[in-house]
Design a binder for this molecule. Structure first.
Ligand code: PMP
Length: 395
């Protein structure tokens, strides 16, 4: 069988491979980025399904437009204003089959092989995997505990300016670090990128999950040139299984995305879009989000407190104000991937940090998720992890 060059270069995502190992019920998995399934609104969805099928059964089961179901696009425009301070209307919005599809399509409309794509160092592995298919050259922009460092970005822009074709950032509760850019950083960032013309993808699936601290304006809300493309998703505030997400951008960009989407999958699920839209009409999404936040805050606190209590000296971790992840830093020279077999032997799992950097290295980090495991397992898992780390440090 002859496969294409693209197919020959496909690699299984390290996270997906890990998740396979961690689906065994005895494993305490901090590896995936999974929401808490006990909060999925299954009972409400039964009522939603009944209403959709009764009122719009034929349309829900029929093909629909590529841009998406208009009532849902309108609801998203309202949410963009309320939750992200962005003024937009439905012409700026396309519904995608998950934000992952949005990332993949944007790479295809902006990147030719060899073009430079700027990313935070580290960044979301799933985005790197989507972009890689278009063969860019990644340039990593250094970050600190407040996100991207404007002075470093300035230097990179001076060096590569005209060759940069796209930038990808997650300014809110970043995957994998949990870090949020404060407003001053955002302003400095916008001042810099406004001097150029490349698109900036602002990926924000976690923005509504803030547990403490003040809300920070989205980059899109500060965008005066139309260079920011905002990606939002229902995966973390409702459920990921429906695969319903959205993109907000200038109509010229939306036009290209819609044409590409026609070739990719025609449209997001007609039924799924109506399920989401009817849910918002029939129930209170804000109340649901409040429940999610209360539970995740408790779990974040417990994970961070347990790490403080049980982890040996010399190991640091981020304290995220929201989202799903904390990022652990081991002493220089330790390798989180090499430690994996010992951790898995204790039926605990995390994601080693190396793959979140396009050029590798940085092996002394790992990412922990706190949204998916019940409280007692969080404490037990951190204790077991602490035992492995103590043994290693004692060597
Ligand atoms: N972006 C980031 C930063 C993510 O963490 C994820 C999922 N974990 C996605 C995009 C993809 O989300 P979706 O379910 O909407 O495809």
């Amino acid at each position: 069988m002859h496969f294409s060059d693209l197919a020959m270069n496909l690699k299984a995502s390290e996270i997906r491979e890990l998740l396979k190992l961690t689906t065994m019920p005895e494993v305490i998995s901090f590896a995936g980025g999974l929401p808490a399934p006990e909060l999925f609104p299954t009972e409400q969805l039964k009522k939603v399904d009944d209403a959709v099928l009764t009122k719009e059964g034929r349309e829900a089961l029929q093909y629909g437009t590529t841009e998406g179901y208009n009532p849902l696009r309108k609801q998203i425009a309202v949410r963009m204003k309320q939750a992200f301070m962005v003024d937009c209307d439905i012409d700026n919005i396309v519904i995608t089959s998950g934000s992952q599809q949005g990332l993949s399509m944007l790479a295809q409309i902006f990147i030719n092989p060899g073009d430079i794509v700027l990313v935070e160092s580290p960044t979301y592995l799933g985005a790197l995997n989507a972009f890689k298919l278009c063969k860019p050259e990644f340039v990593e922009v250094p970050t600190d505990e407040k996100g991207i460092i404007p002075e470093e970005l300035k230097k990179i822009l001076e060096k590569y300016g005209d060759r940069v074709r796209m930038m990808y950032v997650i300014p809110e509760f970043q995957n994998p670090t949990g870090i949020t850019w404060p407003v001053e950083r955002r302003k400095a960032f916008m001042d810099l990128i406004n001097q150029y013309d490349f698109p900036v993808l602002e990926d924000d699936p976690y923005g509504e999950l803030r547990y403490d601290g003040d809300k920070v304006p989205s980059l899109k809300s500060m965008d005066t040139k139309g260079n920011i493309i905002f990606l939002g998703s229902f995966s973390k505030i409702l459920m990921p299984g429906l695969r319903i997400a959205w993109m907000v951008a200038d109509p010229v960009i939306i036009d290209k995305v819609v044409k590409l989407k026609q070739a990719v999958d025609l449209q997001a699920s007609s039924f799924g879009q109506r399920q989401t839209s009817y849910y918002i009409d029939m129930f209170d999404l804000d109340e649901h989000v409040a429940k999610i936040k209360a539970l995740y805050k408790k779990r974040r606190d417990l994970m961070c407190e347990s790490m403080k209590k049980y982890f040996p000296e010399g190991i640091t971790f981020t304290y995220p104000e929201g989202g799903l992840f904390t990022w652990v830093t081991l002493p220089e020279g330790m390798d989180a991937k090499e430690l994996m077999p010992k951790v898995l032997a204790k039926n605990v799992a995390y994601v080693p940090g190396g793959p979140f950097y396009p050029h590798g290295g940085h092996a002394n980090h790992f990412r922990l998720n706190y949204s998916n495991m019940p409280e007692d397992r969080i404490v037990e898992g951190i204790k077991r992890l602490a035992d492995v780390l103590k043994e290693e440090l004692a060597k």
